[in-house]
Design a protein around this ligand. Structure first.
Ligand code: SF4
Length: 355
């Protein structure tokens, strides 16, 4: 087994007034944690969460949010405590209210629906999702058919399809690439959801291209930098891990993908948890090396709680394994950059340093 060392060892945090739930059972070998980096908050999530906080500060509670602002139960619960009300559709929002569109983006029909209802909309769509929306709209104008690789029912997919509703065909898996029917074969381009497995998406494209040799690639990657970086980091540590714990919610596509990728790349077991309290003692039976990562919508505080609980079980040696540095920064949605008194807020928002 090779040793991965880049980055200084990280100490398990001491969290006051907490009672140990896991016990320190002996195992063969030294107990250790490999902590994947990058992990956690991406720039788009950071921006969306701060947008809701800022909207509440600027306009007062309640501020309505269409769908979960990001797919993380902890984040949603905390924002609710501070005055956010999450709704499924704009029709649930009282006319005249402020509404925030989530990081996953919306279709033009939703934007129109909010305007028709007299809502003041704040668009927290991640700029990297907006990029896919623009691609979809542009290629439809050029008479392409879009093969959109993504998960049926996911909010981002619904939003993207809404930008080209009559010329988009959804493909949910590599197997569907073998059977999908298209009206024309010369004018085809594929786009994708931003939070998919890179490997599975490439397999889908490969199989599509076998059937449709003229299939065109998007101008740039649709799977975003954050999704790709978190997958690269977990691929690096998984071969050494007896167990991988990915922190993230069940409806978080990129968090769920991290569990799949960990298993694919050699982790003996992998589980997703929302909270440290979900870690089961039996998962640790015979486990020397635990890999820890988190999805792009996960605040770092939840990872630190996992490290603290694992520390109780004897995993006190924590080594951070860094495979990329992230420096992408976004500004606030334009609706929030200038407040009522005319003061500008030009802060740059960039990811997981926020707890
Ligand atoms: Fe944007 Fe990617 Fe983060 Fe989604 S995961 S909010 S697309 S940066």
């Amino acid at each position: 087994m090779s040793t991965i060392t880049n980055g200084a060892p990280v100490s398990a945090p001491v969290v006051p007034e907490r009672r140990a739930r896991l016990t320190n059972e002996p195992v063969a070998g030294k107990k250790r944690i490999l902590l994947a980096a990058p992990r956690g908050y991406c720039a788009g999530v950071d921006r969306a969460v701060i947008a809701v906080e800022k909207a509440i500060e600027q306009y007062g509670a309640p501020v309505y949010v269409r769908k979960q602002i990001v797919h993380n139960i902890h984040v949603v619960t905390e924002l609710e405590k501070n005055g956010a009300i999450f709704v499924d559709e704009v029709e649930e929002v009282p006319p005249g209210s402020h509404i925030v569109f989530s990081a996953h983006g919306v279709s033009p029909a939703v934007v129109q629906g909010a305007a028709d209802r007299g809502l003041a909309a704040i668009d927290a769509t991640c700029p990297l999702v907006t990029k896919v929306h623009r691609e979809a709209a542009r290629f439809v104008k050029q008479d392409y058919w879009i093969l959109l690789i993504g998960h049926d029912g996911h909010e981002e997919v619904e939003g993207t399809m809404g930008h080209a509703p009559d010329r988009t065909i959804l493909i949910g898996s590599p197997d569907e690439a073998d059977t999908v029917q298209v009206p024309e074969t010369d004018n085809l381009i594929w786009l994708s959801q931003t939070t998919l497995s890179v490997d599975e998406t490439m397999e889908t494209v490969r199989r599509l291209r076998e059937r449709f040799p003229h299939l065109q690639d998007p101008p740039s990657d649709d799977i975003c930098y954050a999704t790709q970086n978190r997958q690269v980091a977990i691929k690096k540590i998984s071969p050494e891990c007896d167990l991988v714990i990915a922190v993230g919610s069940a409806n978080s596509s990129n968090s769920v993908r991290l569990v799949e990728v960990a298993l694919e790349y050699g982790a003996k077991a992998a589980y997703r948890v929302d909270y440290a309290s979900e870690i089961r003692q039996e998962w640790l039976d015979g486990v020397a090396t635990v890999g820890v990562t988190s999805g792009a919508s996960v605040p770092e505080v939840l990872v630190q709680q996992v490290l603290a609980d694992l520390g109780d079980a004897g995993y006190t040696s924590v080594e951070e394994v860094t495979t990329a540095e992230e420096d992408l920064l976004f500004s606030l949605p334009k609706e929030l950059r200038i407040d009522k008194s005319g003061k500008r807020d030009d802060r740059a928002l960039g990811g997981r340093t926020r707890a």
